[in-house]
Design a protein. Structure first.
Length: 132
């Protein structure tokens, strides 16, 4: 069951993932003097990630500690979609990052970044050289 999803902004990928508290109905919000909630999630290939979820201003929560390491490891970009969900028995939380490498009839087609080739080097542009 999906907990929440978000199209990522520049601040999400450079500082920390910020989520409105209303979107987190299945995640406990830090209360009673607690500064953060530790959240353990599995990605789509089964790797475990640990995030700290802090209350932020303006009724938002921020994923800080652990988040930027995840962003770097997965090659997360502005415009990617992150989806948090739980299993049927709420036994664990999972995270998947989706990217839209192309569109169909004007609509983005999202794919798990784990299914896409890693872009380690810039793709060279095709140049035509004409000889006389």
């Amino acid at each position: 069951m999906e907990i929440f999803s978000k199209l990522l902004t520049i601040s999400d990928v450079t500082s920390g993932l910020s989520i409105p508290t209303g979107d987190l109905l299945h995640i406990p919000i830090p209360k009673g003097g607690r500064r953060y909630i530790g959240l353990v999630v599995k990605d789509s290939i089964g790797q475990v990630w640990k995030f700290h979820l802090y209350p932020n201003s303006h009724d938002t929560l921020a994923f800080t500690e652990g988040w930027l390491e995840f962003v770097k490891a997965k090659g997360v970009r502005v415009g990617d979609k992150v989806i948090f969900s739980t299993g049927n028995n709420h036994e664990h939380c999972s995270i998947v990052v989706m990217r839209s490498p192309f569109t169909f009839q004007g609509e983005p087609i999202y794919m798990d970044v784990e299914e896409l080739p890693r872009e380690r080097l810039p793709i060279p542009t095709t140049e035509f050289i004409f000889f006389k």
